[in-house]
Design a protein around this ligand. Structure first.
Ligand code: CU
Length: 677
């Protein structure tokens, strides 16, 4: 194996799968070697120019009060064995933790010591738009040598964060956390309170990362299937299924292991700025309560967090208190925050384990009774494989939308992997569908009253209980949903995430999607999947948090009926690594206009295979999770691959706001300017 490939992989020829396989080993090796402070890539790396004159990064400090001085510059960091320059604030990575108090007016003097423009955006903070820190939209940005003073009243409490909104400075280390203490007494008691800020670090220049993705969208995906995988799949599922699965994904130019654009192949995952070898630790005494404020400050990484041996009680989402829900694991999207309480009982070290969604690496720290004692590293969960649900593929429509798709693809006869047990559980009244062809199937749906009355939640439930989310069980189920559209009550339910919500009778605005070079994927049958924990977390034996679990702690008392609904389609062309909304990238898009005082329902439909954490600046996104009286208020809402999701926005902040996907490398296209007047 030649580990040199790792640092010289930017050559132009596309490596064959064998070479790719070699890369995997190299990648694994470098991340494990990082644990002992040695990285094979180091042998080839040269010291970045000018690094000698830089100071080394310091430990993150906590700053509190009402007046803050933040100095943006560069510092030397070393996460992989190779010294690199990071973009830092007050010479820290993460940037200082800011403690504010609800009701205070805070003043923040931000000085730019870089030789390029910079900015700070206060993520999730409700403030006047001029203080929001988006260059070109809400202010001019902070020029080199300049100081910009932010000043605003703090109107909320909870866990938030801040980061650069300029270029790729965020990827390069410019992010910190914000803890806002409540004016009222906190309803919870705990002895320890820790921010757990997760991030992804790369030694590469982020501009090069983007170039690599543009040239080869699967550049960092070393986990694609090999011929060996194919043969084991054949053994498991039979040749036709394996073959058709493969063929279909290939034809759609997607890969069922294409889970993340940027992976552990280049990323080192950090917890509070510590890599797995430097290992963050928080000390407790048995029986004490600990509050953990998880903040995902990654550029591109979703994390699945669990603490083996401990239950986590989720008490807040995106800063706002929710009704407590006890879970074993939670997925945190880019830019989201979750607060949990844990109560470790034993004299030991517990691993706080945050696996990257694609299992290409992890961030880890320990809750420990002894600072010298760290937990063993848990095993990574199995590599998730995307199912057809993740692309909302209605296989009955496939031959129309996907040229070259073969009819036998959706012929139910060639789906031997279909799970009979669950399938029977689902259709009590239907005969065995495994032998049924598609036409019969449609017909049956029309004629079976019980099926059309089947409620959506049941479907969701079934999703959850399905031990194998393989295409086959799902296609069935998609087709059924499709058939149910003919039925009015079922259709209404399809338009609502939950049967308890009233049926839409407000104006719905939806732009015509521009299908073209900016789009090469289309979700034919996007469903609400609030109770779906997502790919890789289904049926893993743990109670995993889903959006369906989130209910605001207090009644939200918000107008139940929106004035109008806006449907937005998230679109992309994976082949060319282009992202857009309604097929239109930001550069070609008109601003969106919201009317001050109106209440909007936003519905997103994700026509891509990636999760998109959508972030509306300046106003809350009240997520529809089932009870309109207890909508959880979020600032970032993850739209799962091939899914739809809806939320309400009270338009209560005049000005110009950014509205975008928080995946740093999706943002350029998947972005809208919102004007509130
Ligand atoms: Cu995105």
């Amino acid at each position: 194996m030649n580990t040199q490939n790792l640092s010289i992989r930017s050559n132009d020829s596309q490596p064959n799968s064998l070479t790719r396989r070699t890369f995997i080993k190299g990648a694994v090796m470098s991340s494990t070697m990082a644990g002992v402070g040695f990285n094979p890539t180091q042998l080839l790396a040269s010291t970045p120019g000018g690094i000698q004159n830089q100071s080394h990064v310091q430990n993150t400090k906590v700053l509190s009060g009402t007046e803050f001085h933040l100095d943006i510059g560069t510092s030397i960091v070393n996460f992989t064995g190779t010294p690199q320059l990071a973009t830092t604030i007050n010479n820290m990575l993460p940037s200082p933790t800011l403690i504010w108090r609800e009701g205070d007016e805070v003043t923040l003097h931000v000085t730019n010591h870089l030789d390029e423009m910079t900015s700070i955006h206060w993520h999730g903070i409700i403030l006047p738009f001029e203080m929001d820190g988006v260059p070109g939209l809400t202010f001019d940005g902070i020029k080199p040598g300049e100081t910009f003073t932010y000043k605003f009243k703090v109107q909320q409490h909870g866990s938030y964060w801040y980061h650069s909104h300029s270029g790729f400075q965020e990827q390069n280390g410019m992010y910190g956390s914000i803890v806002i203490l409540p004016k009222q007494k906190d309803p919870y008691h705990y002895q320890h309170d820790h921010v757990i800020q997760l991030s992804d670090w790369t030694d590469e220049d982020p501009h090069d990362v983007v170039k690599n993705l543009k040239r080869m969208p699967d550049y960092y995906n070393y986990q694609q299937r090999t011929l060996g995988d194919f043969f084991s799949e054949v053994q498991e599922n039979g040749f036709m299924t394996a073959f058709n699965n493969r063929k279909m994904w290939n034809e759609m130019s997607m890969m069922d292991r294409d889970l993340s654009d940027v992976t552990g192949a280049t990323y080192t995952y950090l917890m509070n700025g510590a890599n797995p070898s430097t290992h963050w630790r928080g000390v407790f005494k048995p029986g004490e309560k600990v509050r953990l404020r998880f903040i995902n400050s990654s550029a591109m990484t979703f994390f699945d967090i669990h603490i083996p041996g401990l239950k986590m009680t989720v008490i807040a989402s995106d800063g706002n208190l929710v009704q407590p829900v006890e879970v074993d694991q939670l997925r945190i999207g880019v830019a989201e925050t979750y607060d949990v309480l844990v109560e470790p009982q034993h004299e030991q070290a517990y691993a706080v384990f945050a696996q990257a969604l694609d299992r290409s690496g992890y961030a880890i720290g320990s809750l420990t009774t002894d600072a010298n004692l760290i937990a063993d590293t848990p095993e990574l969960d199995p590599l998730p494989i995307l199912g057809h649900s993740d692309m909302a593929m209605d296989m009955s429509k496939m031959d129309h939308s996907m040229p070259g798709m073969h009819h036998d693809m959706h012929d139910m006869k060639v789906m031997p992997s279909m799970e009979h047990s669950q399938h029977q559980e689902m259709n009590h009244d239907t005969p065995d569908m495994s032998a049924m062809d598609h036409s019969q199937h449609q017909e049956m749906n029309h004629d079976t009253p019980d099926m059309s009355a089947m409620d959506h939640s049941q479907h969701q439930e079934m999703n959850q209980n399905t031990p194998d989310m393989s295409a086959m069980d799902h296609s069935q189920h998609q087709s059924m949903n499709h058939a149910m559209e003919h039925d009015t009550p079922a259709l209404k339910q399809r338009l609502q995430p939950n049967a308890n919500l009233e049926v839409a009778d407000w104006p719905v605005e939806q732009a015509k999607i521009k299908w073209g070079p900016h789009t090469n994927m289309r979700a034919e049958d996007a469903q609400y999947r609030l109770s779906d924990p997502g790919v890789g977390l289904r049926n893993n034996g743990r109670k995993v948090l889903t959006y369906a679990d989130l209910r605001n702690l207090y009644p939200t008392n918000l107008e139940p009926k929106p004035d109008r609904e806006i449907v937005l389609n998230l679109t992309g062309n994976m082949e060319r690594y282009m992202w857009s909304i309604d097929g239109v990238p930001y550069s070609k898009a008109e601003p969106m206009h919201f009317k001050f005082g109106e209440r909007i329902r936003i519905t997103f439909i994700n026509n891509t295979m990636m999760n998109h954490p959508m972030h509306l600046h300046g106003m809350w996104s009240d997520l529809e999770t089932g009870d309109l009286n207890y909508l959880p208020r979020k600032h970032t809402i993850v739209v799962q691959p091939g899914a739809r999701i809806s939320y309400r926005v009270t338009v209560d902040a005049k000005g110009v706001w950014a509205y975008h996907c928080h995946m740093l490398y999706h943002m350029a296209g998947m972005f809208r300017k919102v004007i509130v007047a």
